[in-house]
Design a protein around this ligand. Structure first.
Ligand SMILES: Nc1nc2c(ncn2[C@@H]2O[C@H](COP(=O)(O)OP(=O)(O)O)[C@@H](O)[C@H]2O)c(=O)[nH]1
Ligand SMILES: [Mg+2]
Length: 272
């Protein structure tokens, strides 16, 4: 029995999505674009990898000259939303020869809001002329700084030269597998203890919020419930610190994590 993983390739126009798609499936499929009226058909191809059926989805070619830029943008967003619905994993493609743009940020926010697993790929590294290390740090730092509830290690490639196919397919399967398991209470609460021993929440109105118990309640999307006292007084800074530490200590990469803070004196009392 093989298992399906739906992978959507998402990014703003011209970042190399179709090039990556074609190289990953080893065929030039995405050039045969199917555009009809105002509907853009995504191109899907299935690839077997180990025990998995990888269903790769690309938006395909857009006949840009037929439509206004604005209209294309709308179509992309509508189609992207549609793809997001069915995807287990998103390959988010960024143009490495450029800086992160507003459009990149909007698309990435969309992916995070849908609580999707995401692998960030920085493409076109062949076009980075000087100071490659500095540019790599720029991208790493961007994702680290702006999105506290996900840990990402961007993957740097040049789809024209070397797409790192084996590496990417393996990564997709790993992320998918780690996103389907549920973590046990003991491991999660050992991590909770360790986080609290380094840095407790600050006093707020003479009372200290305290997190007593943490439970992993759902995988894919990954949701934790934190039980304790005065948790409505937890600061945004502390929540950001807490989630980041949790991800680092549990080694959760490429998955958006949500923590629901619930006030309850007895975490063992039944709560839905
Ligand atoms: N220099 C360079 N060009 C690339 C790379 N990947 C794609 N391109 C080019 O970027 C353009 C857009 O690529 P395409 O795959 O159609 O982008 P899409 O609109 O995101 O699907 C094409 O001219 C590609 O040949 C790369 O790694 N390096
Ligand atoms: Mg394309």
């Amino acid at each position: 029995m093989s298992h399906n993983i739906n992978i959507a390739i998402i990014g703003k126009p011209n970042v190399g999505k179709s090039t990556i798609f074609n190289k990953l499936i080893g065929k030039n499929v995405s050039e045969v674009s199917h555009v009809s009226g105002t509907t853009v058909y995504p191109i899907i191809s299935t690839q077997d990898y180990k025990n998995f059926n990888l269903n790769l989805i690309d938006l395909g070619g857009l006949k840009k000259k037929n439509k206004s830029y604005e209209k294309i943008q709308k179509l992309i967003t509508a189609e992207t939303l549609n793809q997001l619905k069915y995807a287990n994993i998103i390959l988010f493609i960024v143009d490495g020869s450029d800086l992160i743009t507003k459009n990149d940020k909007q698309l990435f926010r969309l992916i995070l809001n849908k609580l999707k697993n995401v692998i960030v790929i920085i493409n076109k590294t062949d076009l980075i002329k000087n100071n490659l290390k500095k540019k790599e740090d720029y991208f790493k730092y961007f994702f680290e700084k702006n999105y506290p509830n996900i840990l990402l290690k961007p993957i740097f490639i040049s789809a024209l030269k070397l797409v790192k196919k084996e590496f990417l397919l393996k990564k997709i399967c790993e992320v998918h597998q780690s996103s389907t398991k549920l973590l046990n209470n003991k491991d999660v609460n050992n991590v909770l203890k360790s986080i609290l021993s380094h840095h407790q929440p600050a006093y707020s109105n003479k009372a200290r919020p305290s997190i007593k118990f943490l439970r992993h309640v759902n995988s894919d999307p990954m949701i934790f419930k934190a039980f304790g006292n005065k948790l409505t007084s937890l600061s945004k800074e502390y929540k950001n610190y807490f989630i980041k530490q949790l991800l680092l200590k549990l080694k959760i990469f490429n998955q958006v994590v949500v923590i629901k803070y619930l006030n309850n004196k007895n975490p063992f009392k039944k709560i839905s």
